[in-house]
Design a protein around this ligand. Structure first.
Ligand code: G3I
Length: 451
């Protein structure tokens, strides 16, 4: 087989920036503008299916400057069958938000719930690799467009145990959460990476303490985590705790941003308004509380509509809770310092020419200071493949994890072979596998052969 390298290099530097926004003398008249006065955001969950509703979209466009897809970026939506990624509804939300100058929170890359059927039935290293591949693919697809990712959602058990939640992901090994964060950092070094959970609002609760210890441990060991999301779904059985601000502050003191990510408070009238004001004031009192997202626009849009938990009634009118939030935001002084880190993304593609009945391997490399993620595309020649073998060269790097291929070795000459599901590649078709490593991933020079 002849080896004809085709190399293209694109280097982009996302420059570091520090932004401090001061308070405004004039009261703002929308939630987003009011939050911006203290350098914060005010967001909402958006459902693609409601975007044709003019009342809904009118409020969205007017009031909010951050958007979370309510369901459309979840695993069952973005990878309905293994290796087939669908972004139609997620793109509708992301593109609309960005076209309106709004930012996007990504929700969510790894979760025990809303897994597609194929993932629910997986376990062990196959599941670990599938999870890492999912994170890499989705975060890479949206690279540069996401303000913050909920990398891992709801991984701790309720109650007094302080334990991890039992799930198929947890059973792949206790390090699944940090592996997820590392894969997300590799795929989109510019996005803030959050751990997101509910029932973590009361500082005295075992679940809150357990998440706190995990974040403390991650910061101590250099696991890339930037933020903690507090879903904050409140109702009479689970009220806003008196120590809510203490919780936010204690997490912030670990050196992460805190974000209120899915706020809704069941109730009505002045009692509901007072609770919304308390939550808003708690965020405003914590310098690293970056912003608040409510989990829907009108009460009728809520996942628990009967509890009328949102800021607009079902006709789209502003509720007392809306006014209390707006006033609290307007009363705030200068707020958080928003810092983005400096990263360099280099994409290198190398290709070799396939002979008849043979295959091509190309690699797309995302390299940053300490490591890299390589995505290798195997393309069949003029005949179908029933198995394939790829060889790569890693002169100055070490593979730390990989997905969608069997591997032998982790540095120097590394050999890869198909796994069961991607052995068959039709003539002219392709499949992908990937790996993450420390050090440099340059000079991989993949070669491919049918087996
Ligand atoms: O779209 C289908 C519809 O076609 C079908 O007829 C109907 C029948 O059940 O289901 C519809 O899908 C539902 C989807 O919401 C859209 O409305 C799903 O069944 C339903 O399970 C799904 O619920 C979502 C829930 O997450 C699933 O876990 C809620 O909308 C969404 O608000 C909620 O959001 C979660 C966060 O992601 C994580 N934190 C908790 C929060 C509230 O549960």
């Amino acid at each position: 087989m002849s080896l004809v390298p085709i190399v293209s290099t694109v280097a982009a530097a996302a420059l570091g920036a520090t932004l401090i926004m001061a308070g405004s003398a004039n009261a703002a008249t929308t939630l987003g503008a009011a939050a911006q006065q203290s350098g914060r955001y005010f967001g909402t969950a958006v459902a693609a299916g409601r975007m044709g509703d003019s009342t809904y979209i009118g409020i969205l466009n007017r009031e909010f400057d951050m958007v979370t897809a309510e369901n459309e970026m979840k695993i069952d939506a973005t990878e309905p069958s293994q290796g087939r990624f669908t972004y139609g509804n997620a793109d509708r939300i992301v593109n609309h938000a960005r076209s309106q100058g709004k930012r996007v929170r990504g929700h969510t890359l790894a979760w025990h719930s809303q897994q597609p059927g194929w993932m629910q039935s997986m376990s062990g290293s196959a599941l670990r690799n599938a999870m890492l591949n999912h994170i890499t693919q989705v975060a890479t697809y949206y690279r540069g467009k996401i303000y913050a990712w909920d990398v891992v959602n709801e991984a701790f058990a309720d109650g007094s145990s302080g334990a991890r939640r039992d799930s198929n992901l947890q059973r792949t090994g206790n390090d699944w959460i940090e592996a997820a964060f590392r894969a997300a950092r590799a795929a989109d070094p510019g996005a803030k990476l959050c751990y997101n959970d509910y029932n973590t609002d009361d500082w005295s609760h075992a679940k809150t303490q357990a998440v706190y210890r995990m974040v403390q441990d991650f910061k101590a060991r250099g696991v890339p985590i930037d933020c903690v999301g507090f879903q904050s779904h409140f109702n009479p059985q689970s009220p806003v705790p008196s120590n809510y601000q203490t919780t936010l502050q204690n997490f912030a003191n670990l050196g992460v941003d805190v974000q209120i990510t899915e706020l809704d408070i069941e109730g009505s009238g002045s009692a509901q308004a007072a609770n919304y004001e308390r939550v808003t004031r708690a965020c405003l009192a914590v310098t690293r509380c970056a912003g608040i997202t409510v989990w829907g626009i009108r009460d009728s849009d809520s996942w628990r509509a009967s509890g009328t938990p949102l800021l607009f009634d079902s006709s789209g009118n502003k509720k007392a809770a809306y006014t209390s939030v707006l006033n609290a935001l307007n009363a705030a002084g200068p707020g958080p310092t928003t810092t983005t880190t400096t990263t360099t993304t280099t994409t290198t593609t190398t290709s070799n020419n396939p002979g008849p009945g043979d295959c091509t391997a190309t690699v797309s490399l995302n390299q940053w200071a300490e490591g890299f993620v390589a995505t290798v595309k195997v393309t069949a020649g003029s005949s179908a493949l029933n198995g394939w073998r790829v060889t790569t060269t890693l002169s100055n790097g070490t593979v730390t994890n990989s997905w969608s291929a069997n591997r032998s070795g982790n540095s120097g000459t590394v050999n890869w072979t198909n796994v069961d599901y991607n052995a068959s590649v039709p003539a002219g078709g392709s499949t992908e596998f990937g790996f993450q490593g420390t050090g440099s991933g340059s000079g991989l020079n993949p070669t491919c052969a049918a087996s």
